[in-house]
Write a protein that binds this ligand. Sequence first.
Ligand SMILES: O=C(O)CCC(=O)C(=O)O
Length: 276
Amino acid sequence: MNMPITASQSAETRWLTPEQKAAYERDGAIVIKGVFKDWIEPLRAGFDKVLNNPSEHGRENVTGNDTGRFFEDYCNWQRIPEFKRWIEQSPGAAIVGEATGSERIQVFHEHILVKEPGTSKATPWHQDLPYYCVDGEQTGSYWIPLDPITPENALQVVLGSHRWPRLVRPSKWSTNASWYKEDSHFMEMPDIDGGDFEIMIPEMELGDALLFNFKTVHGAPGNQTMNRRRAFSTRFMGDDVRYVDRGDATSPPFDGINLQTGDRMREDWFPVVWQR
Ligand SMILES: O=C(O)CCC(=O)C(=O)O
């Protein structure tokens, strides 16, 4: 006899297999296949709108003798309807809810990154959390390629690095200078390429997403292919995420947030977009 599936059972098992949930906890990153196929065109349209009219946060990372263009921008979702729809209506938030075992998911922000063909500049190995004004374990960041990618230009992750006991010192990608004035409490990034680390270079098709914990170390080569490499990211926060005052401007800055370390993230700025 078929047992009826209750709402909470179906919510728990709808998107991820138990193996994927276990892998997310163990490795801090998983690839989700095919779920976002119908979102590629709308996200490309939204991406173009930001490129044509960047925000005050828009940032060029190619400097000096570097070639190509590596541009990024973030926190545009409230003004870009395609991004707002993705955040509120795609299964993205629900999947983070399942992956992190959270009851509720808030959106933190979205982020676009483009590397034009012939871009020499790599994305340095880094963790996202030390740049952010939040702390917590129940986090999920999507990296969704909007152009076909190859191992030559894909985002790579260091499996298990979300469990490192200390956060890694954040730096500015364009100059490699420290992000914060006072950063002695962070550890230096170990030599990932020369060390004994398990690196995942995901094989992804359009419609796939890489989901990773805010603490998972990631980076990417430049883009020496003939194709643009556009990527759309969104950062979601689960139950244990709290504000942290890092004593300096974070990235994104969220000026005027008016919270104290340990506070829940305010829901007027970071709406709840999924509940179990
Ligand atoms: O696309 C890239 O090269 C970097 C992406 C990244 O660091 C992120 O989404 O957190």
